[in-house]
Design a protein around this ligand. Structure first.
Ligand SMILES: *Cc1c(COP(=O)(O)O)cnc(C)c1O
Length: 341
């Protein structure tokens, strides 16, 4: 095992720290080049780049984990690769082959091995693959050239001093249109969420809940995370909709609930006026794994699930099991772990 840089891992948040190397590959004349590692963390692109004007870009987020034995591993990077291909198809961008995507992630982790936090710190190395349309252009059309890049930054444990439930309010804004880009991981969805997020925070909430854009009756997303609830008869329930971003954490929790915890699982509509069916609720995504939901404010009333201060037992067990798998303490399902060596 190589040297690890000297960082106060416990104090680390979710912010950009420049690491030594990033991967970059160019698409020109209809094909991707070999790709290379570079120390330059800036991009020099045409002022006409479609990524700048028309939002022709997408991104991914995944983590590298250091195990008890000091090994480094990625969690389901093939799922991120496939999801990026889906985003590319939606925005008419050239797809990155799955192998090239995983190879780029491995190269970046290896080159920045010293930044992979030690086991036990709770911190991880966050990878940010992204793909942007570049080149001289001014009209609304797909770019003629593209850049695929992967950078990384160490991030701290999301919950310092243990998991804490937080409250959410319901937004009047939509994050996606009924047949829009909600299922694609594209920057435009996020630009539109900055204002509703700020309004929620100003009112004392962690973030807002987005309802389905067509009827405003069903839960779709919790800020930039997927929703799940544990029913009073112990089923794991998560919303199903074509405008929800398909969270890899959510699909992993569905598997954990079913196969590690013996629970029944359901992907179906979750109505905002039927929150009473749940004993516990949470938001899930790569950054925090699970954020327990204390309560949801809807039409001026706060609906509290398990507790505003304590994490429910099923939520805790789901979290511990999935994190155990990610850090190599619990045996993973076939194909979920890719060792970086
Ligand atoms: C990335 C993302 C998620 C979480 O997906 P994971 O694969 O679990 O990290 C959820 N919602 C939105 C809108 C996202 O962009």
């Amino acid at each position: 095992m190589g040297k690890i840089v000297d960082i106060d891992w416990g104090k680390l948040g979710f912010s950009y720290i420049k690491t030594d190397y990033r991967y970059i590959s160019y698409w020109k004349d209809g094909k991707w080049d070999e790709g290379t590692l570079t120390q330059d963390n800036t991009l020099h692109i045409s002022e006409g780049s479609t990524a700048l004007h028309y939002g022709q870009q997408c991104f991914e987020g995944l983590k590298a984990y250091r195990t008890k034995e000091g090994k480094i591993q990625l969690f389901r990077p093939d799922r991120n690769a496939v999801r990026m291909q889906e985003s590319c198809r939606r925005l008419l961008m050239p797809e990155i082959p799955v192998d090239k995507f995983i190879d780029a992630c491995i190269q970046v982790v290896k080159a920045n091995e010293a930044y992979v936090p030690p086991y036990g710190s709770g911190a991880t190395l966050y990878l940010r693959p992204f793909l942007i349309g570049v080149g001289d252009n001014v009209g609304v059309k797909p770019a003629s050239e593209y850049i695929f890049s992967v950078f990384c930054t160490p991030v701290g444990p999301y919950f310092k001093g243990g998991m804490k439930p937080v409250n959410f309010c319901v937004s009047d804004y939509d994050r996606a249109a009924p047949h829009g880009t909600g299922a694609a991981k594209v920057g435009g969805n996020y630009a539109g969420s900055l204002l509703p997020h700020e309004l929620a925070v100003k009112r004392g909430f962690a973030d807002c809940i987005y309802l389905d854009p067509a009827t405003h009756t069903k839960i779709e997303e919790v800020g930039a995370a997927n929703f799940f609830g544990i029913t009073k008869d112990n089923k794991f329930v998560t919303p199903k909709s074509p405008s929800i971003l398909p969270s890899i954490t959510k699909y992993s929790l569905l598997h954990v609930a079913k196969n590690y915890m013996g629970m029944e699982v359901e992907e179906r509509d979750v109505y905002i006026d039927k929150l009473d069916e749940f004993a516990e609720a949470g938001a899930c995504g790569t950054a925090a794994v699970i954020t327990p939901i204390g309560g949801i404010e809807y039409k001026g009333k706060l609906h509290v699930f398990y507790s505003e201060t304590e994490v429910g037992p099923v939520t805790k067990k789901l979290y511990d099991t999935l994190v155990g798998i990610q850090f190599g303490d619990i045996e993973a399902p076939e194909g979920w772990i890719v060792e970086v060596k």
